[in-house]
Design a protein around this ligand. Structure first.
Ligand code: AN7
Length: 354
């Protein structure tokens, strides 16, 4: 428990005697069984993997710990990334932990408050680019070519290596791969990493099968569904506001080899799933994460039967990343009251009636 992914999955990772076994306690996240949604969808067993329980509140920590360990091993003094928020939070944390300078480029005005707060708190050098994530990624690729700084976006191969451990954990808990694995898709690294993890676990005979991957993009940022890059992606789920995913080919291969699909869900469907998860499952995830559940609801609505099936939704980040959104869409008024027993009692009665 809490040993971190490097130690736990050492034999499956590209690490050797010279690799520092760093860890902030990433991985080993809960796989929680659905209380109501699974039943509503006619699913035999539905699980949520709570990647928000990682040290910086998202799945990014799994890959970042490997990328940073390898950067240290190679003698690097600085790391750089572009990010819609979670990668920068994770890079900043692991950079601080390992004594590396961390530089992050974020799309100005399109990063959730909690994620920016993390980069600030961990002491990263933050640059807000007047442009979108895809433009920021192009910039850091150039910068890492020109300067002695390690790029820790998922184009760094060690990132996907670490992220595949999420698939290992699903199998370790369930005893085998599920029938379906639902996952949000932005830069398309995570879906590619999960596919690699499931395949490797099969080859190693830790699993007898691989799941069908169901990947979901936001409708306004769905290049993999459309088949071409989106110049100006838009969605309320800022984490996956990405128009030209770096792992495009890997994600398409993962989809096809697994017999799965990559589809799009609207912002409305994302927000519905986001609220449903919080109110009927007690799980507060960020909107991008809710795309996995929105997508599963969509494909079931279109006729996919989950009878007798096992499904897992990867909830990639915690809802606390984006507290502004949670408050914005709340339809519950905050009552202000004097500290008076009778008035508080009356207010409770009136709220219960609603
Ligand atoms: C919560 O942090 O791209 O398809 O720069 O933060 O592997 O990109 C975040 C992506 C899903 C999509 N859920 O994963 C970044 C960034 C959450 C995310 C995704 C992201 P990929």
């Amino acid at each position: 428990m809490g040993e971190g992914v490097l130690r736990r999955y050492k034999s499956f990772l590209p690490i050797g005697p010279a690799t520092p076994m760093v860890s902030l306690g990433e991985g080993d996240t809960p796989l929680v069984k659905s209380q109501s949604l699974g039943r509503a969808l006619g699913c035999a067993e539905l699980y949520f993997k709570l990647e928000g329980c990682n040290p910086t509140g998202s799945f990014k920590d799994r890959g970042m710990v490997v990328a940073v360990a390898k950067a240290l091993e190679e003698g690097s003094r600085a790391v750089i990334c572009a990010s819609t928020g979670n990668t920068s939070a994770s890079a900043a944390a692991y950079g601080a932990y390992c004594g590396l300078t961390t530089i992050v480029l974020v799309p100005k005005g399109n990063i959730a408050m909690g994620k920016l707060a993390q980069a600030v708190a961990y002491g990263a050098h933050i640059l807000a680019v007047n442009g979108n994530f895809d433009q920021a990624l192009a910039l850091v690729r150039d910068l890492a070519q020109k300067h002695p700084v390690t790029l820790v976006n998922s184009v760094n191969p060690y990132r996907l290596e670490g992220q595949k451990t999420g698939a290992f954990e699903v199998v370790d808990v369930l005893g085998d791969a599920p029938d379906y694995l639902c996952i949000p898709v932005g830069n398309a690294g995570n879906i590619s990493a999960y596919w690699r993890g499931f395949r490797q676990y099969c080859q190693a005979e830790h699993a007898t099968r691989t799941p069908r991957l169901l990947g979901f993009q936001a409708e306004g940022a769905a290049p993999l569904v459309l088949g071409h890059p989106v110049a100006e992606p838009h969605t309320i789920a800022s984490a996956i506001r990405i128009g030209n995913p770096a792992s495009w080919k890997l994600a398409i291969a993962a989809r096809d080899e697994s017999g799965g699909v990559i589809d799009a869900v609207s912002d409305e469907e994302i927000l519905e799933a986001y609220k449903l998860l919080a109110r009927s499952e007690g799980i507060f995830c960020e909107p991008a994460s809710a795309a996995s559940v929105a997508g599963l609801r969509k494909v079931v609505g279109q006729g996919l039967s989950l009878k007798g099936k096992q499904a897992v939704c990867i909830l990639t980040g915690t809802g606390l990343k984006d507290p502004e959104l949670a408050n914005q869409i709340a339809d519950i008024p905050l009552l202000e009251l004097p500290p008076d027993l009778e008035q508080v009692e009356q207010a409770i009665v009136s709220l219960r009636g609603k």
